[in-house]
Write a protein that binds this ligand. Structure first.
Ligand code: AMP
Length: 460
């Protein structure tokens, strides 16, 4: 915790007085770094997870600017799920206790539309909502955002994961360009950078958590005895490290498929990715790996090019890359954005010359490591946290992420945090849900309606 007191900020005395009564003794690091530029009216991109105090950071910013006598929507906070929106609204109300007559309204999917229209007619100063439902109200003319001067995107990476990019774009069209935009995200995939470039003006970047400088890739080489099969060595490594997401690189298509099949036979959650797959199978494979319902992807270098995964726990070179630059490219996929990653390479004595070539290229020497003990094979294989449901309706049927999220999390539904990535294709959509929520999710989606229609839903 930083030692900077809130009183060092140019905040309204009523807000400071309230903060003092809340036992917030000092600012958290993200608050200490982001609040000064936020209060100067600058656009800010901040890396902040739940628990970092990010909500208070943007909430104080928007409350300081708020003119309570002007009964118009002045701030819009967009969140990926209803639970988060409820928490954020609660925190804003708590921080705004000393501002009389302030109205904070949540507008989220998965609940009836009608009562929201009624609440919106009564007006509000701050709206906290999920993108799909906010967009719906804008389209129906039941919400106006032409007086908004602060836009907050909270957990922006999660919103993009859930496929809300089109909804965000549509919403931003309704907000004046003269505004302050604050973006909070736990991770920074390229998509965040591109959205920031489009909607923000000279943003100040605040990174409190680990940065790329702390990124570390542990490289391990395993020289195999001639009587040890590569596949056995691979199983030992997967059992020992139990990665949530790992890519195993092979040099040929045939081997890629063989290794994926063999891992499947041994109970691993593994799929192959190579150039011979039909487009639809390729899409499904990438969807399932990216949404954490498959933990091992066995791939060729060419096929893995389109892979956009933020954090791989492990890269395993089943075969040494033919080229040292390819080796660097492969292992660079792990240990991203401050997380630790491991890169394992399997080889036989007759391939010593390849290792020597790699060492010369990297100007680094490696010691071969012993393989993990064989008894790790007696354990149960790692089972990924999510499963993927396929819905036989997509863009052409006008199915949108908010519809799926709403159907899943509506009355008696599953929790927003049990919903993972949502990806919509032309004629079908995929949603990841927690393994333990599978039955309830299947039930909600197949009995419920999306866009007034029933669609076939199944686990893939
Ligand atoms: P958040 O990361 O925004 O979800 O906040 C995590 C929790 O920390 C919330 O319950 C806040 O009420 C609380 N909190 C926020 N800022 C502070 C602070 N400066 N000191 C103590 N608690 C705080």
């Amino acid at each position: 915790m930083s030692q900077t007191p809130f009183s060092s900020l140019k905040l309204h005395p009523a807000l400071l007085e309230n903060i003092a009564s809340l036992d917030y003794e000092a600012m958290t690091p993200i608050q200490a770094q982001s609040l000064p530029p936020i209060l100067e009216g600058k656009d800010v991109i901040a890396q902040g997870k739940t628990g970092s105090g990010k909500t208070a950071a943007f909430s104080l910013g928007l409350l300081e600017k708020l003119d309570v006598k002007r009964f118009r929507v002045q701030s819009l906070v967009l969140c990926p799920t209803r639970e988060l929106a409820d928490q954020v609204a609660k925190e804003i109300r708590k921080l705004a206790r000393t501002i009389h007559n302030i109205k904070v309204l949540t507008i989220c999917g998965g609940v009836p539309f009608g009562p929201q229209v009624g609440s919106l007619e009564h007006g509000a100063h701050v709206i906290v909502g999920t993108p799909g439902r906010v967009e719906d109200h804008l389209n129906r003319g039941t919400l106006k955002l032409d007086s908004v001067n602060t836009l907050v995107l909270d957990e922006a990476d999660r919103m993009l994961d859930m496929g809300f990019q089109p909804a965000l774009d549509a919403i931003i069209e309704h907000i004046p360009q003269q505004r302050q935009t604050l973006l909070f995200s736990a991770t920074f995939p390229d998509q965040i950078q591109s959205i920031a470039n489009r909607i923000m003006v000279k943003p100040v970047i605040v990174q409190v958590a680990a940065t790329h400088d702390d990124t570390s890739i542990q490289q391990y080489l395993f020289k195999l005895d001639d009587d040890v099969e590569r596949l056995t060595a691979l199983r030992l490594l997967l059992m020992h490290y139990r990665p949530e997401s790992a890519v195993v690189f092979c040099n040929t298509k045939q081997e890629t498929q063989d290794v994926a099949n063999a891992l499947g036979d041994h109970g691993f959650s593994a799929l192959g990715l190579h150039g011979d797959l039909e487009q639809r199978d390729r899409d499904q494979t990438l969807v399932r790996f990216a949404n954490k319902s498959v933990s091992v992807l066995v791939a060729t270098d060419v096929a893995s090019r389109g892979l956009d995964i933020d954090a791989l726990d492990a890269v395993i070179n089943y075969d040494i890359a033919r080229d040292s630059e390819v080796y660097i490219h492969r292992i660079g996929r792990t240990g991203r954005a401050g997380s630790k990653g491991i890169a394992c390479t399997l080889y036989y004595e007759k391939e010593d010359y390849k290792i020597a070539r790699l060492e010369a290229f990297l100007d680094q020497t490696f010691d071969s490591q012993p393989l993990p003990p064989y008894n790790v094979l007696e354990q149960a294989t790692y089972q990924p946290p999510m499963i993927t449901l396929q819905i036989d309706g997509g863009k052409k049927q006008k199915v949108r992420p908010g519809d799926i999220l709403g159907a899943l999390t509506g009355e008696n539904g599953i929790a927003g945090k049990q919903v993972g990535k949502i990806q919509i294709f032309d004629n079908w959509a995929y949603v990841a849900v927690s393994r333990d929520a599978k039955k309830a999710a299947l039930n909600k989606l197949s009995k419920g309606k999306l866009k007034g229609r029933s669609f076939r839903v199944r686990q893939i």
